[in-house]
Design a protein. Structure first.
Length: 318
């Protein structure tokens, strides 16, 4: 089926069933060519999605759905439900573009980008459905309920570098629980706005780069890989995860000589601590208090100055 014209989506419904291979092709526009509501309950074969598919409601029950081969995008237009959680498995979308007030009807898995624009909003509902996004997370919506996380867990996964534009901080833009679980070489970078996590921020795998932006309200931080920061950011947790993970201070890369104060926490401060200034030796990192490193201390680039402050430095791992 190919959707190039607007259907009456208030009553229209397409049920995709059977065991044959099928293709659903959208009209290729974010603003025209809306198809009726979609329900998928296939017993076999593959449903392949293609182009931009505009609709109000999406309900997945069963069957194989290939959303990535043709780089498809689901555009949610109205105050309706997006449900990709089947009876035995959750289907993966490629890109999801939220242009209306959309409520999750099941867990959401996005292998590409998630975009919330205009005055749109996405809520995980009172069922607290989880959200997994592998690509960019971009909120430009001006709605005060652009993203309502409730008590859900959001996981930023995938093997490629990606950026997160949260749209702001505070209610309507914040996360309850955010987990970074990318491949070890992939970098997840904040862009434009700070990060507001009301519960736990976890780096399971990959690099979270703050890129000069602050993290607010987070009280629990767990790090099993790498937190990259310039050095001037504010982070809200007072007790650090000092039995695993690396803090990597890199400066702001502006080619000017800058001085940053190394952050301190209650109890042990760091496990692994690395300085690798993008500007090389022009950037200086100094201690603001006595600092305890339970793992290793590594200076790759930049000047680590402990003499001007004379604070104590303990390194357990060399």
């Amino acid at each position: 089926m190919t959707g190039t014209s607007d259907f009456d989506t208030s009553t229209g419904l397409i049920e995709i069933t059977g065991s044959a291979n099928q293709t659903l092709t959208g009209g290729g526009s974010l603003t025209a060519g809306k198809v009726p509501n979609i329900e998928i309950d296939k017993s076999g074969g593959t449903l392949t999605l293609s182009s931009i598919i505009r609709l109000d409601r999406w309900t997945y029950t069963a069957g194989t759905v290939d959303a990535t081969t043709n780089d498809s995008t689901i555009r949610c237009c109205a105050s309706e439900t997006l449900d990709g959680q089947g009876t035995s498995a959750t289907m993966a979308f490629d890109n999801v573009d939220v242009g209306g007030s959309t409520t999750l009807g099941g867990n959401l898995d996005v292998d590409g980008d998630l975009i919330i624009s205009g005055t749109a909003g996405l809520t995980t509902s009172s069922s607290n459905y989880s959200v997994n996004v592998a690509g960019n997370w971009t909120i430009t919506s001006t709605s005060t309920t652009a993203f309502v996380s409730n008590s859900s867990t959001v996981t930023w996964d995938g093997s490629s570098n990606a950026t997160m534009t949260t749209g702001g901080t505070g209610t309507g833009y914040d996360f309850q629980t955010l987990t970074i679980n990318k491949s070890s070489s992939a970098v997840a970078t904040l862009a434009t706005n700070g990060l507001d996590v009301d519960g736990t921020l976890t780096i399971s795998a990959g690099v979270l780069s703050l890129a000069g932006l602050n993290v607010t309200t987070t009280t629990t931080f767990s790090n099993s890989d790498t937190l990259r920061l310039q050095g001037g950011e504010t982070v809200s947790w007072t007790t650090n995860d000092a039995d695993s993970g690396t803090y990597n201070y890199v400066g702001d890369g502006d080619s000017a000589a800058d001085t940053y104060t190394v952050k301190n926490f209650t109890g042990a401060d760091y496990y692994h601590l690395t300085f690798n200034a993008t500007d090389g030796t022009t950037d200086t990192f100094t201690l603001g208090e006595t600092t305890d490193v339970d793992g290793t201390l590594t200076v790759c680039a930049g000047y680590f100055d402990v003499s001007s402050s004379n604070y104590g430095l303990t390194v357990a791992g060399g």
